[in-house]
Design a protein around this ligand. Structure first.
Ligand SMILES: *Cc1c(COP(=O)(O)O)cnc(C)c1O
Length: 242
């Protein structure tokens, strides 16, 4: 493996420093920004190394990959560091995966329809828990992309109100890929404005989190108000099979 565990430890420190300076540049408290390690297709040793270096939040795109990593990490790490982990579902979620997701995730960042929300509500109730969710917004308006249309958000927020086992805590977005990180700035800003508008509406007051920013554009996202950045390659190194 070309990427050693020391590299992960060092990248973790560099990432934290970059998040902190981006936050300070705009007068934000660096502690208001948290790093999710987007662990898809990453070897388990690198994930374990990041956890040993202080990473507490892990994101997975597929529930099966999440539960597989949860099992593997139990073989590697001490029970107290396992117990401290928080698993975030960050990939598009099919309603038929709602049961697994409601059991394995601390948060689901990708709720984009009432249908999916209803499935998660049912499964969270069955699991006897309250599941925190973020609403994914499609701001690039690419029809093939997942995420709710911004115009549909007020209705979605309203529709979630009867769901006592779900708590909507914020918004998430993924800009269209662009080599220039500045291209994402208007998208991140728009997400922040949407959240502020929704907070003024019935049922929207708790929408305080913004999940936005990845390896190439997280500093711009932090400048625009991200509270969660989802970092893959800049933390763990190149993914397997890429
Ligand atoms: C892969 C992925 C990330 C991280 O991507 P990097 O560019 O490797 O940082 C973040 N969010 C989602 C939803 C992803 O699928």
């Amino acid at each position: 493996m070309s990427d050693s565990i020391d590299d992960v430890r060092q990248r973790m420190a560099v990432l934290r420093a970059r998040v902190e300076s981006a936050a300070r540049r705009v007068g934000r408290d660096p502690a208001s920004v948290q790093i999710i390690g987007a662990a898809k297709r990453q070897p388990i040793e690198r994930v374990a190394a990041a956890i040993r270096a202080g990473l507490r939040d892990l994101g997975e795109n597929y529930v099966q990959e999440m539960t597989a990593k949860q099992r593997e990490l139990q073989e590697i790490l001490a029970p107290d560091s396992i117990a401290a982990l928080r698993w975030h579902g960050i990939g598009h979620l099919q309603s038929n995966k709602a049961r697994e997701a409601a059991r394995s995730c601390y948060r689901v960042h990708t709720v984009d329809s009432l249908r999916l929300a209803a499935a998660l509500e049912r499964e969270a109730a069955r699991a006897g828990r309250v599941l925190e969710v973020l609403l994914q917004v499609n701001l690039s308006r690419e029809p093939q992309k997942s995420g709710a249309d911004p115009d549909a958000l007020p209705e979605l927020v309203e529709g979630l109100r009867p769901f006592v086992h779900l708590r909507a805590v914020g918004l998430m977005t993924m800009p269209a890929p662009d080599p220039d990180p500045e291209a994402a700035r208007p998208v991140f800003r728009k997400l922040r404005e949407l959240a502020a508008a929704l907070r003024a509406r019935p049922g929207g007051a708790a929408l305080t989190e913004l999940s936005m920013g990845m390896s190439d554009d997280f500093e711009v996202a932090v400048e625009e108000g991200a509270t969660w950045v989802r970092i893959g390659t800049a933390l763990f190194g190149p993914r397997e099979g890429s």
